[in-house]
Design a protein around this ligand. Structure first.
Ligand SMILES: *[C@@H]1O[C@H](CO)[C@@H](O)[C@H](O)[C@H]1NC(C)=O
Ligand SMILES: *[C@@H]1O[C@H](CO)[C@@H](O)[C@H](O)[C@H]1NC(C)=O
Ligand SMILES: *[C@@H]1O[C@H](CO)[C@@H](O)[C@H](O)[C@H]1NC(C)=O
Length: 375
C-alpha cells in the first residue's frame, strides 16, 4: 500500500506545475453537476452549494410533434422549486436546464435540427422556458447525432441559438442565458461504421462550454471482460479520457471551453475466475447493481459489507474492487484527484459530475472542489 502511494506522488507533482500566466487569464472554473429530477429522496434543498458553481436540471424534452416545451403543472412547480431553492442558497449557484439525456430518443433532435422552422420553434420555446422558470442557462444533451449531416445541423442550431440568446438579452436588458452542450468524450468518432465529428467551429463561437462525457467506455454491453469505464489512460486503445479531452483541444475548441465529465458510479462484472481479478479479466456477465451499475455510495457500502479488496490502478487511473466473483470498476477520491490534475494541466475549464446524489456524503465532491486549485 505504502509503496503504491509513492509511485503515484510523482505524476501528481509533475502535473501540478501549471504555467501560471495562462491560469491567471482563464475565466472562473466550472464545478458542476447534473441533478436527476426523478430521484424523490434528493430534493434541491439537499444540494451542498458550497461545492459547485453550476447545477444542471436533468432532463426536459420538447414535444416530439411541435418541438415546443409543454410543461405539466407538476413539472412547472418542480422547475420553480429547483431554481428558487438554488438561487436562495448561501452561496447561490447558477442553474441550467438540460434537454435530452441518455434515455431519450435521439431522432427527436435529429428531426428538430433538420430544418430552420423547427429549430426556431425549439430555440424560442427553450429561451422562454428558461426565463419563465428562472434558469441561468440552457444545455443540450443529444446522445448522439448519428452522421455528418446531423452534426452539421447541430452546428447550425448552436449558431442560431446564440444569435437568439443575444437578441433576447439585448431586448430584455438581462444577462444572456448560458448555452452549453453535453458531448461525447471525443470530438470525433466512428460508430456503426460512420465517421462523425462535432461542429467545432460553431461550438467555439456559440457555446459557453461543452461537458465532455468521459465515462461509459465499458459496460453491460460487453460482458466478456472487466473494464475501467472511465479510464484516464488506456494503453491499448483511444477510448480514454486523456485521448478524448485532448481530441477536443486538438480540434480547436478553446481549452477554457472544455469541461471534464466525472462519474459518481461504477460498472460491475462477474468474474470467470475469482483469482483472475484485474482490469481486463475474463468475465461471464454483469455483477451487482441495476444492469451492472452501482452508484458510488452503493459501491462503498458493497465494499464494506462484503470485505472487498480495493485497488487503485495507476496505469488507467481508476479504482476497482472485487470479492468472490463480483468486480466493480469506478472512481474514488484518489483516482478522481489524479484526473483533476490532468484536466488542470491541460488548461481545461473545470469538471462536472454525473450525478448529484450518487456521492457518498459528498466525499468525492468535496475532494474535487478542494483539488481544483485554479479559477
Ligand atoms: C412521439 O411520442 C409519442 C409518445 O411517446 C410516441 O408514441 C410517438 O411515436 C412519437 N412520435 C414520433 C414521430 O417519434
Ligand atoms: C421547494 O419545495 C419544498 C418542499 O415542498 C418547500 O419546503 C420549499 O419551500 C420550496 N422552495 C421554493 C423556493 O419553492
Ligand atoms: C488513436 O488515434 C490516433 C489519431 O488521433 C491514430 O493515429 C491511432 O491509430 C489511434 N489508435 C488506435 C489504437 O485506434
Amino acid at each position: 500500500m505504502a509503496s503504491h502511494k509513492l509511485v503515484h506522488l510523482l505524476p501528481i507533482i509533475v502535473l501540478i506545475t501549471i504555467p501560471t500566466g495562462y491560469v491567471m487569464a482563464s475565466p472562473p472554473a466550472i464545478k458542476a453537476a447534473y441533478w436527476p429530477s426523478w430521484i424523490e429522496t434528493f430534493p434541491p434543498s439537499a444540494i451542498d452549494t458550497t461545492l459547485f458553481t453550476h447545477i444542471f436540471y436533468a432532463f426536459l424534452l420538447p414535444s416530439n410533434v411541435t418541438f415546443k416545451f409543454e410543461v405539466s403543472d407538476s413539472t412547472a412547480s418542480q422547475l420553480k422549486n429547483f431554481t428558487g431553492t438554488l438561487h436562495q442558497k448561501n452561496p447561490p449557484v447558477k442553474t441550467l436546464v438540460s434537454f435530452g439525456g441518455g434515455g431519450s430518443d435521439p431522432k427527436l433532435f435529429a428531426r428538430m435540427v433538420s430544418n430552420k422552422g423547427s429549430r426556431n420553434i425549439f430555440i424560442d420555446s427553450a429561451i422562454e422556458l428558461a426565463r419563465t422558470y428562472g434558469f441561468d442557462g440552457l444545455d443540450l444533451d443529444w446522445e448522439f447525432p448519428k452522421n455528418p449531416e446531423e452534426m452539421a445541423s447541430l452546428g447550425q442550431l448552436f449558431k442560431e441559438w446564440r444569435v437568439a440568446i443575444k437578441k433576447e438579452a439585448k431586448s430584455t436588458h438581462r444577462a444572456p442565458l448560458l448555452l452549453t452542450a453535453a458531448v461525447y468524450f471525443s470530438v470525433d468518432f466512428q460508430w456503426n461504421g460512420i465517421y462523425r465529428k462535432y461542429p467545432v467551429e460553431s461550438i467555439a463561437e456559440s457555446l459557453d462550454w461543452v461537458n465532455a462525457m468521459c465515462f461509459d467506455y465499458r459496460g453491460s454491453w460487453d460482458t466478456s471482460a472487466t473494464g475501467a469505464h472511465a479510464a484516464l489512460y488506456d494503453p491499448n486503445s483511444n477510448i480514454s479520457t486523456s485521448y478524448g479531452l485532448r481530441s477536443w483541444v486538438r480540434a480547436g475548441v478553446p481549452r477554457n471551453m472544455v469541461v471534464m465529465g466525472l462519474p459518481l458510479y461504477g460498472r460491475t462484472w462477474q468474474l470467470k475466475d475469482p483469482k483472475v481479478n484485474g482490469i481486463g479479466a475474463p468475465a461471464t456477465g454483469v455483477g451487482p447493481g441495476d444492469d451492472g451499475v452501482l452508484i458510488f455510495s452503493e459501491v462503498e457500502k458493497f465494499n464494506k459489507e462484503n470485505g472487498a479488496t480495493v485497488v487503485y490502478d495507476a496505469k488507467t487511473v481508476s479504482t476497482y474492487s472485487y470479492t468472490g466473483t463480483s468486480w466493480i470498476g469506478y472512481d474514488d477520491s484518489q483516482s478522481t484527484t489524479v484526473k483533476l490534475k490532468f484536466a488542470q494541466a491541460l488548461g481545461l475549464r473545470g469538471y462536472f459530475f454525473w450525478a448529484l446524489s450518487y456521492d457518498s456524503d459528498w466525499e468525492i465532491s468535496k475532494q474535487a472542489s478542494r483539488a481544483w486549485v485554479i479559477g
